[in-house]
Write a protein that binds this ligand. Structure first.
Ligand code: 6GU
Length: 242
């Protein structure tokens, strides 16, 4: 998968080359390009923003600069990329979104700062390529950079050969619509706290039942909204008896 990020703070994207993502780049599972938006300015001040039409606080990122940047970064003799615009006003980014994007050959992230990017940039790009405005949660960040990092990591770990253990992606929180329950490792007793007996029983059916119960219990307390959205057939008779 190819991933490009356009930003006025390229150094903010340095973590893309570290740890899990760095390894994925080294192993050529993903290739990453980070581009400085100011490279597409023409004025001495290298201005990327201007005051909003209609008044109000903050600044809006200029369409002319973004237009030229996206023309160049998204140019291709083959199919255009999927353009992702991180914004708190976007549709929610979820594990579903990550799974869907993990099948794409090319993603471009357009990171806005301030009060966002002139809407015409998004509207015009959408005539030439698939575009999604997405939010990573109900809180406001200073810009889209950290959101882009979050989304790139969520997508990259789903790619074949990126995670050490492919089974762990299948057991994720959310992959079955529930939160994952607690995990334990050695020692058997730590600060007077024993590991739950069932996990040392060797009874695999009992362990699976216990884990399912823990996931249901945790989801009920922490994220009841997830249980409400679970398709009816995903809760079997034994689940309902709990
Ligand atoms: Cl994607 N961008 C910004 N600036 N703030 C956010 C966000 C994105 N998602 C939640 N808050």
């Amino acid at each position: 998968m190819r991933i490009d990020v356009v930003t006025i703070f390229p150094e903010y994207l340095a973590p893309l080359r570290a740890a899990l993502l760095g390894k994925a780049i080294e192993r050529e599972k993903i290739s990453v390009g980070v581009h400085d938006l100011r490279d597409w300015t023409h004025d001495v001040h290298r201005a990327v923003d201007d005051s909003p039409y209609g008044g109000g606080p903050g600044m809006v990122m200029k369409p002319d600069v973004w237009g030229e940047a996206l023309d160049e970064v998204c140019a291709s003799p083959e199919a255009p990329p999927r353009l992702i615009v991180p914004t708190p006003a976007g549709r929610p980014f979820t594990q579903r979104t990550a799974v869907r994007w993990s099948a794409e050959p090319w993603l471009v992230f357009a990171c806005g700062r301030y009060e966002g990017i002139d809407q015409r940039v998004v509207d015009e790009a959408a005539e030439r390529m698939p575009v999604e405005e997405v939010s990573i949660g109900d809180y406001v960040l200073v810009g889209g950079e950290v959101a882009a990092l979050t989304m790139v990591e969520a997508v990259a770990r789903l790619l074949p050969g990126v995670l050490g253990n492919p089974a762990s992606a299948e057991q994720d929180s959310f992959s079955d619509g529930l939160l994952e329950g607690p995990s334990y490792t050695r020692p058997e007793v730590w600060r007077d706290r024993p590991v739950p007996d069932v996990l040392r029983s060797g009874n695999h059916a009992a362990i699976a039942r216990w884990r399912r119960d823990q996931a249901l219990e945790r989801t009920y307390h922490r994220r009841p909204d997830l249980l409400d959205r679970l398709p009816a057939q995903d809760l079997n008779a034994k689940d309902r008896a709990r």
